[in-house]
Write a protein that binds this ligand. Sequence first.
Ligand SMILES: C[S@@+](CC[C@H](N)C(=O)[O-])C[C@H]1O[C@@H](n2cnc3c(N)ncnc32)[C@H](O)[C@@H]1O
Length: 277
Amino acid sequence: MNAELLIMFTLGCDRAYLYAHPERELTPDETQRYGEALARRATGVPAQYITGHQEFWGLDLVVSPAVLIPRPETEHVVEAVLELISSAGSKQSQEQDQKPRTGVSAPHGSRIVDVGTGSGAIALALAKELPTAEIHATDISAAALEVARANAARHELTSRIKFHKTDLLSGFPPASFDNVVSNPPYVGDSEEESVQLEVRKFEPRHAVFAGPTGVEVIERLIPQAREALRPGGWLVFEISGTIAERVRCLLSAWDEVEIRNDLQGIARVAIARKINP
Ligand SMILES: C[S@@+](CC[C@H](N)C(=O)[O-])C[C@H]1O[C@@H](n2cnc3c(N)ncnc32)[C@H](O)[C@@H]1O
């Protein structure tokens, strides 16, 4: 799989071309570039940092070592948000005109913030799916925000997403959002040995590790999200099985709390609603 990705990168072609031209031979220059890419991969550099690309939610995203490589399991976070918004949207339309609608229509004026946007993966996916929503995205890393902005420009979503360099939700007035969404850092320093060497060595530490126990960023995010949400709003964020029970405790003051599993049966998405201010 990696060899295939790296050969497509070297030739600047897609998989269809690769399979349609098995007779294609590498030129000496291509052979040298392919060899260099393989050598970097052999030292553990993730293929995505070599090619500079990763697909997420059907979007081709540019990635650099300044950002976490978006993971397929984070698509469950996007799915959960779309589901909540879709049901709120159809309730609103039924109330307004008594006619149920299909598809994902964000309630009018819906405001969403993606906290710790990294490459912009979640914010871009939501902007693509929710053409009427106002999307904000924050990150503490200026370098990550540069990558996210580049991705928004590549997908002509610049005018749809406002990027903010800030610590979690600092600087937003209370009751600003209908949805706070995040894939925060959630790995504990004590779990370091169980994290793949590639991740530890090459992905940004502040994107993966939260502190000694893994819940340090989430512990700060939850009260800030409560402040930033309008009554009735939803907090949706990615977690791991290791911290699921601690997250449930941290959400004890919230309503409609749900922990969803990913396709491997591992707790992956925490959902909670702020009913009372
Ligand atoms: C796990 S990565 C997620 C990136 C992207 N949302 C994704 O799903 O691929 C966490 C991101 O949170 C950012 N981050 C870490 N601490 C933060 C903080 N206190 N405030 C804002 N962003 C933070 C990191 O820079 C990183 O981009």
